[in-house]
Design a binder for this molecule. Structure first.
Ligand code: SME
Length: 170
């Protein structure tokens, strides 16, 4: 595994993602615990994109999502499926892009500075919801179809390379 992931900050987001995807694929290691993989992915994304203020996984257990690996400020620990942006993405198993959090009814403000976000579902190898990947920004309209396309590829890599159904929150 490459321990060093170098990201040229002058590149466009699309170019960064194109360089990152194979490195993330190499980083995901089915011989180590799932939590270690999730943690490093949050670190890669936080390092790569200055626009990201917070990035983390909320992991599903029963009808709730619980805070998992993340980078950023202390965050809400528990989100009911159906609530907020994360819970909406989880309920519909669809990516949600929010360009202005104040315009999203029920948005959960863990950090009052957050202005926009993207939340993506992470499915396990049997196509059940495992988690959501939540990424926030202090700027409005930070995320678009480019982010959606490549971040969905990151979520797909987790689904295909790991046995996510074997993970359990105690
Ligand atoms: N804003 C999210 C809650 C999680 S925090 O942003 C880390 C939501 O509305 O679901």
């Amino acid at each position: 595994m490459s321990e060093n992931i170098n990201i040229d900050q002058s590149l466009s987001d699309e170019k960064k993602y194109q360089l990152l995807i194979p490195q993330i694929e190499a980083l995901i290691d089915s011989d180590i615990p799932i939590i270690s993989n999730l943690s490093n992915i949050t670190a890669v994304l936080m390092d790569a994109f200055v626009k990201i203020s917070w990035v983390g996984f909320y992991i599903k257990k029963n009808d709730k999502l619980f805070l998992g690996s993340f980078q950023g400020k202390v965050a809400c620990t528990t989100i009911k499926i159906g609530n907020g942006v994360c819970g909406t993405s989880a309920a519909n198993m669809e990516t949600v892009i929010v360009k202005d959090v104040d315009s999203f009814p029920g948005h959960i403000a863990c950090d009052a500075g957050s202005k926009s976000e993207i939340v993506l579902p992470v499915l396990d190898e049997t196509n059940n919801l495992f988690a959501v990947l939540d990424i926030d920004s202090y700027d409005y309209s930070s995320f678009n179809e480019v982010d959606k396309n490549y971040l969905e590829q990151v979520c797909d890599l987790l689904s295909t390379k790991l046995k996510l159904s074997e993970f359990s929150l105690s």
